[in-house]
Design a protein around this ligand. Structure first.
Ligand SMILES: [Zn+2]
Length: 343
């Protein structure tokens, strides 16, 4: 039968609508990955090729793994006063520029130090100064990107960024080492203003292996850590569903319930005590919307190995903090009913 063009056109356009609808639905259910880049301090200090191997791998796999965002967990460098280390970190992170959005959070090794003596004892305190952190990873580096949301004051020590995945809108809120009360007030405000986004908070020190710490002045810096950040920020917001950290050698996760009755996943990853400064291990946080699951997998681009082999690899080494955890799966509420879908 011959179909006139006039008849064909509506038929085609409804076919196109179906295609578009199917396309959107498929995109909404598409799995995607967020990469956690734990303490790179040893790489910036002694083996920059490992840091480069990590970011080169992320760049190479960005499409295949559908990598939407990379979160650095702090302790970018070992010695904040050594500019060479910052330049190495800069070169490694630059690999991601224009490829995958990423955020940085300063760790205790990245901030300015204050040196003093008590009798014969040398005392080193960490401060809130971020001179070289901001020289290399300040707001000037990020403000050209549409995914960069903003920062507190003149520094990038506290910042927020956006990404979308699985048809949903996300925000990554990175906070300074042991955030001050003033910073937490700012963070509460930022989360309140972005209620349409599911939020991942990143701060360098949040968990020890097994629990949330209650330190009030780590390395002589008065601030909020672990339990205090949970009480003053995390639990109060329905849309914060994950907090990620490094700092403490080991791997650990726990799931808590916030005041709205929703799950919050707390994840620690820090491989710095493994051979060769960490052997390049990072974590792939794979979101699978169709299953309502998040799969967390450790992988080393340097070794090209997943964590199914790592306890055998490091047998005989003192690795207490690393023993309990391999690849695991988390239940994911996917924003629940109240959060809007990406428009
Ligand atoms: Zn640290």
């Amino acid at each position: 039968m011959r179909i006139s063009p006039c008849r064909l056109l509506p038929a085609l356009s409804s076919f196109a609508v179906v295609l578009v609808t199917v396309g959107c639905a498929a995109q909404e259910k598409e799995p995607f990955t967020v990469v956690l880049l734990p303490d790179t301090q040893n790489y910036s200090d002694k083996c920059p090729e490992t840091y480069m191997a990590q970011t080169e791998w992320i760049k190479a796999k960005a499409k295949e793994e559908n990598i939407k965002f990379v979160i650095h967990l702090g302790d970018i460098v070992q010695h904040a006063e050594n500019e060479d280390e910052w330049q190495r970190a800069d070169r490694a992170q630059k690999v991601l520029d224009g490829i995958v959005p990423y955020s940085m959070a300063p760790g205790n090794h990245d901030v300015d130090k204050q040196f003093s003596t008590k009798g014969l004892k040398k005392v080193t305190k960490v401060t809130r100064g971020t001179s070289l952190y901001d020289k290399y990873f300040g707001p000037q580096r990020f403000k050209k990107y549409p995914w960069y949301g903003g920062h507190k004051g003149a520094s990038n020590a506290n910042n927020y960024c956006f990404f979308e995945g699985g048809g949903m809108k996300f925000m990554v809120l990175s906070l300074e080492f042991a955030p001050s009360d003033e910073t937490l007030a700012w963070a509460n405000d930022v989360v309140d203003k972005h209620r349409d986004r599911q939020v991942i908070v990143a701060t360098h020190f949040h968990l020890r292996v097994g629990s949330r710490p209650k330190d009030v002045d780590p390395y002589g810096l008065k601030g909020n850590v672990g339990e205090a950040v949970w009480n003053k920020l995390i639990r109060k917001h329905e849309n914060i569903f994950m907090i990620v950290c490094g700092h403490v050698s080991g791997v650990f996760h726990q799931t808590a319930v916030n005041d709205a009755g929703r799950r919050v996943h707390e994840i620690l990853a820090d491989y710095q005590r493994l051979p060769n400064g960490g052997d390049g291990w990072l974590q792939l946080v794979k979101f699978v919307p169709a299953e309502g699951k998040i799969k967390v997998i450790a992988y080393s681009p340097k070794l090209d190995k997943y964590d199914d082999v790592w306890l055998d690899m490091y047998e005989g080494k003192k690795l207490d903090g690393y023993k309990g955890e391999k690849t695991y799966t988390l239940e994911w509420d996917m924003g629940g009913r109240k959060l809007k879908k990406a428009g």
